[in-house]
Design a protein around this ligand. Structure first.
Ligand code: FMN
Length: 177
């Protein structure tokens, strides 16, 4: 579907690209807030719905870090809380994860495994300290059996700077084409 897009000037010379004809859900997991920040910027740019994956058990501190790395390496599926949005109701689901042990985070693997048949088109984004984002995009695409419409990797010091804002706008613009 070709979307009708409008660009608005916003404070701090930021632009909104509102996709009126595309129905999108941004769904993400974030342990320390970096992927959340990216997700919120994508939400502001697109106007799409936003859902954070939450869990009953926390992941704080050194033990939480170790458990997270182990779960990712072993491709484990932790228990996640029920979603408040239904992915099947959206044209496109934009999935965001931190890179853990050169792979997707375990809560995102759990989400994808549970909702595989409810997801139409996909776009992917991730944040990481230094790895190639393809290490996350490839296994997610394989797990879903779908090629992403667009991808966005925010890595290292470029996660939260002006270059990141531009990449987010470019990514958002591709979601409507
Ligand atoms: C258990 C664990 C493993 C990680 N492994 C990697 C990795 O292999 N490659 C990488 O670039 N970053 C790795 N990171 C760093 C995170 O991907 C990075 O800090 C990310 O931006 C954090 O996102 P968040 O704040 O949304 O949780 C790891 C972080 C954790 C907690």
């Amino acid at each position: 579907m070709i979307a009708h897009t409008e660009t608005f000037s916003k404070r701090f010379s930021y632009h909104w690209v509102i996709h009126r004809d595309v129905n999108g859900l941004i769904i993400y997991f974030s342990r320390t807030g970096r992927t959340r920040k990216a997700a919120e910027a994508i939400q502001e740019t697109t106007g799409f719905d936003l859902e954070e994956i939450k869990e009953k058990a926390g992941r704080v501190g050194a033990l939480g870090w170790l458990r997270s790395g182990m779960e990712s390496t072993r491709r484990m599926l932790p228990q996640i809380n029920p979603l408040t949005h239904d992915p099947s109701q959206y044209d496109i689901v934009i999935i965001g994860t931190p890179i853990w042990a050169s792979n997707m985070s375990s809560p995102i693997r759990a989400f994808i495994t549970q909702n595989k048949n409810k997801i139409n088109q996909i776009a992917l984004f991730c944040t990481g300290d230094g790895d190639d984002p393809e290490k996350v995009f490839t296994p997610i695409s394989e797990l879903l059996g779908k090629e992403p419409k667009a991808t966005l990797g925010l890595i290292g010091p470029n996660r939260e700077n002006e270059a990141a804002s531009l990449k987010i706008q470019e990514f958002a613009a591709k979601l409507s084409v």
